[in-house]
Design a protein around this ligand. Structure first.
Ligand code: 26Y
Length: 825
């Protein structure tokens, strides 16, 4: 009953089996006798895909026919993970598939694991986009995602001798989830110059001429909603040479090699995802990616709008475009260009349409992550766009001058063009000026952008332009799929799986907090998930861990602001404390497994040093006979979405310990709590709202507050040698003695704290961190109370569904409504 819509699925397992066999024998041209797990995966995916396509076509027809407003989510990253399990669950066919596969001699878990992750993203921002697509379809919103079809996703991480090594992630060998649309192409122009002419009415018209052409080819990915008739579309653009397979002129004149080279140059644009997360490097190829993707997407959106034969002023009533960070900001300029240069609208009329169409989401306040592009680079690559940017800036600054006459400082501070050498275009400022709403991703973050980096814009546009939409996660993937046993247990108490579409229903669990049988099953499920992770740890690292120990997890991109260095320093402190004890004392300590995972940007030297230290500490601690099971330290290689699905449900405590004010929201914090784990964390990002929802008694908060950070940093500047916390100094001493290998290897991490101002306040928060970890130990000793905390927390996590989040965007920013289907509602 909770699955509102029954898709055109298989009637029974036999029907499913027949289709799998058909695909094995015909599509894959293999015999059933040599059908291995990978062939079983392929056939299973193809069988399911056939059904998905029907729903997808119907959805697109329905949405076109209804002619209602659509939302377009522009994101350079979509961190989708695997699709098969998600597709089976969303269309309600997993049980049947499981039975069918079993008859063919396969375990569904093994088949699912054959799939390569679609890893077109770095971290939080990309995974958020993926959760949003799931919610948009599950809530029946007419929505499209637009992104790039990278040939290489985020690199695969190998750990060799304790160091990160990057391996290319070529993932497209077999991808049944994408449909090439060779008939949907857009020619994209680069370079060239601008010619002016005068039309018959004496108006100046600009023509962007010459330069290079590259072709964008659409690849579509179906996004099924959970139990809904909606299957939305994710359109990814791939680049190829505009002249087709070969430049025939060059080919015929014998210059075969250079025509192939040209082809390859064009394909370079969509070749690789940039692996930086929260660090802007200003590479020309990345700007090319951004324009390529934005221009193709806008051409597509405008083409679709034009088919409705409406007048241009209705554009914002038909189209909402959300910018996932500043990466697609050129879309603002491109739409203005289309309207004035190609469609002949007046500037003001066009600009009104533009502003009412766009919304901009900010994901960071870190200065090094705020995008800027040099004026000479834009001038070279996109000459007409630079002119339009200057004109947007001119009108904006005139407006500022009218509101605040004579304030030269203000004009300089808010100018879209930074008067540096070379001049730079500040993309966040352009995004703010060109959008009707700007949002942060958690309350604290949204407050911070209003009072720090964007405060002048609040003064100019008023506070209503700025809003908060606290992030959320999809409970389908992050509870139902990742933790099926917990999902079933919850369903057995709440009556059905309705909590998966209305997560606030989890609050019914509060009635069962004292239910003995329920608590026992709850604890058993956590234990089973830990056993599963322990097996994974053994298989991938060789380290044996005790599933009864407290599992302490920090998995996320490696970054100084996220403070994995503080965590490993804390681990060393724990190790030294244990070593100093008598064997009798040691007997009384609580065993703990410290689990790390995450990728470092290939050029981020300090992050790589942190990974190396974690592995070096593990090598010593894990082999120390005095320590045994009391402390294990593991670094899990190649953290990604499918690994997260194993790791998160197995956590007892997870670490979300960023310097206050630096982590915009965090979303894994929500995933861990939803899976019955607790948090040790700072008062940062969504941790604050999680605390408000689940109660202070259920979270381990520590450290300085965001409002104190600036003063603390400032104070260090005046102390020549920063006064280090004594326990931390002891840890440094041990590293410098060579206990964990060559101390030179870790000198940078230590001097960042001791000699370079400790920008991330590792020393300032260390005492508080260590003390709070002791509280965690003590709390875990009381298993009864611990389980109570976990159940109470899960019961109160309803707010953090991405469904709630998407409904807020729909209401506050996009002004769109779901598209109901008569027969289903
Ligand atoms: C400029 C470019 C190199 C760049 C590329 C990727 C800049 C930023 C990023 C990625 C940022 C990111 O993942 N931000 C995270 O977004 C999450 C979703 O809102 C937040 O939960 C998380 O706090 C934030 O760090």
């Amino acid at each position: 009953a909770w699955l509102k819509h029954q898709v055109s699925g298989f009637k029974d397992k036999d029907g499913f089996e027949r289709e799998v066999v058909r695909h094995v024998e015909t599509t894959l041209a293999r015999s059933l006798f040599n059908c291995d797990e990978s062939a079983a995966y392929a056939a299973c995916a193809l069988a399911l895909r056939d059904r998905l396509i029907l729903e997808w076509n119907r959805t697109q027809q329905r949405q076109t026919f209804a002619d209602s407003k659509r939302v377009y989510y522009l994101s350079l990253e979509f961190l989708m993970g695997r699709a098969l399990d998600n597709a089976m669950l969303n269309v309600g066919q997993k049980d049947l598939a499981k039975a069918g596969l079993a008859e063919l001699g396969f375990r569904i878990e093994d088949v699912i694991q054959q799939e390569h992750d679609a890893a077109l993203g770095n971290g939080g921002l990309g995974r958020l986009a993926a959760c949003f697509l799931d919610s948009l379809a599950s809530l029946n919103f007419p929505a499209w995602g637009y992104g790039l079809r990278y040939r290489y996703g985020i690199f695969k991480q190998e750990i060799i001798d304790g160091y990160q090594v990057e391996v290319p992630d070529y993932w497209l060998d077999f991808n049944p989830w994408e449909f090439p649309r060779h008939d949907v192409t857009v020619d994209i122009q680069f370079y060239g110059n601008v010619r002016k002419s005068t039309d018959e009415f004496g108006k100046t018209v600009c023509h962007w001429e010459g330069g290079e052409m590259v072709k964008a080819v659409a690849y579509d990915v179906p996004i099924p909603g959970y139990g809904t008739p909606t299957t939305n579309n994710l359109r990814l653009w791939s680049s190829k040479a505009a002249s087709g397979e070969f430049d025939f002129q060059k080919f015929n004149s014998g210059d075969y090699e250079s025509s192939v080279a040209e082809q390859q140059r064009a394909e370079t644009i969509s070749a690789v995802l940039y692996p930086n997360d929260n660090l802007d490097r200003g590479k020309e190829l990345r700007l090319k990616q951004q324009y390529f993707w934005v221009a193709a997407s806008l051409y597509d959106i405008v083409r679709r709008f034009k088919k409705t034969k409406r007048s241009w002023k209705e554009f914002p009533e038909q189209v909402a475009i959300q910018l996932n960070d500043t990466h697609p900001t050129l879309a603002i300029v491109e739409l203005q260009r289309i309207l004035i240069d190609l469609e002949g609208l007046e500037w003001d009329e066009a600009w009104n349409i533009v502003v009412n169409t766009f919304g901009y989401t900010n994901h960071t306040v870190l200065p090094e992550a705020l995008e800027k592009w040099s004026v000479p680079l834009i001038q070279h690559l996109l000459p007409r766009h630079l002119q339009i940017i200057y004109e947007i800036n001119l009108y904006f600054l005139q407006d500022v001058e009218r509101k605040f006459p004579g304030d030269r400082e203000l004009l300089r501070d808010v100018s879209i063009i930074e008067e540096s050498q070379p001049k730079m275009v500040r993309m966040a400022f352009l995004a703010i000026v060109g959008s009707h709403k700007v949002n942060g991703v958690a309350e604290l973050h949204s407050d911070l952008i209003k009072t720090t980096i964007f405060k002048d814009f609040v003064k100019i546009f008023g506070p209503d332009k700025f809003t908060n939409v606290t992030n959320g996660i999809t409970p389908r993937r992050w509870l139902h799929q990742a933790n099926p046993r917990l999902s079933e247990l919850i369903a057995s108490k709440t009556g059905d799986h309705g909590f998966l579409t209305d997560l606030t229903k989890l609050n019914q669990l509060e009635h069962y907090i004292n239910d003995k049988e329920f608590r026992k099953e709850w604890a058993e499920i956590k234990y089973a998930n830990k056993v599963r992770l322990a097996k994974h740890i053994k298989a991938t690292t060789g380290v044996t861990v005790n599933p009864s120990a407290l599992f302490d997890v920090q998995v996320k991109r490696i970054h100084e602001y996220k403070r994995q260095q503080m965590n490993i320093f804390g681990v060393i402190h724990r190790y030294l404390t244990l070593k100093a004890m008598t064997p009798e004392e040691r007997q009384k300590q609580l065993p703990r497994v410290s689990i790390f995972g995450g990728k470092a940007a290939p050029g981020y030297w300090m992050a790589k040093q942190i990974i190396h230290l974690i592995n070096s500490v593990g090598a010593v601690v894990n082999n120390d006979k005095d320590i045994g099971d009391l402390l294990k330290v593991v670094f899990l290689e190649d953290y990604n979405v499918s690994k997260a699905e194993i790791i998160i449900p197995a956590s007892d405590i997870s670490e979300h310990i960023s310097t206050a004010g630096t982590e915009a929201s965090g979303t894994s914090n929500m995933k861990f709590v939803l899976n019955g784990g607790l948090i040790i964390g700072t008062c940062d990002g969504a941790n604050i709202e999680i605390t408000r929802e689940i109660g202070e008694q259920n979270i381990f908060l520590f450290g300085h507050l965001a409002e104190e950070v600036e003063d603390l940093r400032h104070a260090h500047v005046y102390e020549k040698q920063h006064n280090i916390d004594p326990d931390l100094a002891r840890v440094f001493e041990e590293i410098e003695k060579g206990t964990f290998g060559n101390p030179q290897d870790f000198a940078g991490m230590i001097s960042a704290v001791r000699d370079h101002g400790d920008y991330y306040l590792v020393s300032d928060d260390f005492q508080s961190y260590v003390d709070t970890q002791k509280l965690v130990d003590n709390a875990y000793r009381n298993q009864e109370e611990w389980v109570t905390k976990c159940i109470e927390s899960v019961a109160r996590m309803g707010f953090f569904s991405s469904d709630r989040c998407i409904n807020e965007y729909a209401e506050e920013i996009w002004n769109i409504e779901p598209l109901k289907v008569e027969a289903d509602q």
